[in-house]
Ligand binder design. Sequence first.
Ligand code: TYD
Length: 216
Amino acid sequence: MAKQTYENGLFITFEGPEGSGKTTQMQLIADRLREQEYEVVTTREPGGTPLGEAVRHLLLTFRDEDILPEAELLLFSAARVQHVRKVILPVLKRGGIVLCDRFIDSTTAYQGYARGLDLNVIDDMNAFAVCGRFPDLTIVLDLSVEDGIRRLSGRYQGQQVDDRFESAGHTFHSCVREGFLDIARKHPGRVRVVDANRPVELVQADLWWEIYHALN
Ligand code: TYD
């Protein structure tokens, strides 16, 4: 059977704090869309290209000196341009669906709200890095900081956390969460908030509802 396609493709991003279950939920949505014969590409940020994966490794693990927030913003944005031009735009151009685990709203929440960089600068940088193509739909999987920490500690089972972001403190993560909720308030047409503190199937049902409407 021929694949179902869209004239300009469909670009959906999944955002939210650490431990919100984005990756699992995104994979379930991808399986469901593929069963319906859509062309679906799943990808993530930072990452998605060889350069992006190298920058990801640097961003998550570099400890030789502090990375300044401005440098962090530029590194995420450099990885993004490469990702958008080399992976995302070609899929959208041929009518496919791109599901991306984190994108511009993570930059706004983490480098803007949590690191404190000027939100106008971040908006300009995000607009530059997306090369003219913003997401059609963004799902924010919302979770309290306490629940996020609880889920992550289950994942690490007492081992030390090396990730520069996951190991940041409570204040940082509550700024991230507030950031995502604020972004959703500012962009009600594009961004939907889904309560992630529920069983996987219930979260998935809400996500599917949002995606079904984006498809039709
Ligand atoms: P990752 O392991 O992918 O986090 P998660 O599993 O929670 O999705 O690590 C990516 C980290 O990078 C995450 O802590 C959020 C952070 N990040 C930013 O700070 N800015 C950005 O623009 C992006 C895309 C991610």
